[in-house]
Ligand binder design. Structure first.
Ligand code: HEC
Length: 264
């Protein structure tokens, strides 16, 4: 069902996560509540304190679609893997909901001189900032070097697509018979791998990017790896396995053609 939702969005031309645009609504409202209460406190305006409460009610309402879209994106793009940033975000989001509820309940009686109310609104602002910080870290692969890699590699990644098929055509016949279609591989990668491996990096384990990986030594090594991913020491890691039912042998070949020629 989740896939159907994303397929529908894709067919409308929207391929991005849905959480990122939605998240601005509660962020703006939480900041709005804080600003209204701060002004109420400074100028002793009771009506503005009430406005702050009304704005925080809206924030509380819009927090829910934002959380749901975050969970959907997480399942769709990251296969529901519990990376550290996701755990932090779950805790911060739970705290935000609790504080917003407290703020809405107590805010009805709050007077502009109530400093504790200001603290609640201020902590809510800090929580949304933290949520945004960790969310951006996931999307841009912060601390993974993937962001820097992306800046350096994107022109090459763009030109890799038209170049790769030419290369395959130039190759000796026996490789031409086995070589995959890098262009098709690029689409497969964008669909199934890019979320965790933006620009050939690795959002989870920055030291294990796809780009230049030892697992790409031969097609057989690569296929064996995606069928049963593991850490370099052989222990189980976080990458989901891709059995032949999700990535067929020929799709794996296309993927291989792409990951070995992109990001030069
Ligand atoms: C949910 C996140 C996620 C998805 C989706 C994902 N990977 Fe990975 N990938 C990882 C993680 C995490 C590792 C590190 C090893 C581990 O934890 O299993 C990894 C490691 C790798 C490596 C080996 C890097 C090394 O040198 O050890 C390759 C190659 C790779 N992935 C390719 C792919 C391809 C191709 C796809 C799409 C078919 C894909 N990955 C989809 C998370 C993901």
């Amino acid at each position: 069902m989740i896939d159907a939702l994303y397929r529908m969005l894709n067919s409308l031309g929207f391929t991005d996560p849905i959480h990122s645009p939605l998240t601005h609504i509660p962020i703006g409202l939480v900041i709005g509540a804080f600003v209204f209460f701060a002004v109420a406190l400074i100028f002793k305006r009771e009506r503005l304190a009430l406005t702050a409460r009304h704005v925080s009610i809206l924030a509380l309402i819009f927090v829910f679609p934002t959380i749901v879209s975050g969970v959907l994106d997480w399942i769709h793009f990251y296969h529901g893997v519990f990376m550290p940033a996701i755990k932090v975000k779950i805790v911060l989001a739970a705290l935000l909901v609790v504080l917003l509820v407290i703020g809405v309940v107590l805010g009805g009686k709050a007077k502009p001189r109530d400093g504790w109310m200001m603290v609640i609104y201020a902590v809510c602002v800090l929580l949304v900032v933290g949520l945004g910080y960790y969310g951006a870290g996931i999307i841009y692969g912060r601390d993974t070097g993937a962001a820097a890699l992306s800046a350096a590699a994107s022109p090459a990644a763009v030109s890799a697509a038209p170049r790769a098929p030419t290369k395959a055509a130039d190759a000796p016949t026996e490789t031409a018979a086995t070589a995959g279609d890098a262009k098709a591989g690029r689409r497969l990668f964008a669909d199934g791998c890019e979320g965790c491996h933006p620009n050939g990096g690795n959002v989870f384990v920055s030291s294990l990017p796809v780009h230049g990986s030892k697992r790409l030594a031969t097609l057989a090594d690569f296929v064996a790896f995606i069928r049963r991913p593991s850490m370099p020491d052989g222990s189980a890691g976080n990458m989901p396995a891709y059995p032949a039912s999700t990535v067929s042998a020929s799709a794996a070949k296309d993927l291989y053609a792409y990951v070995t020629t992109a990001w030069k």
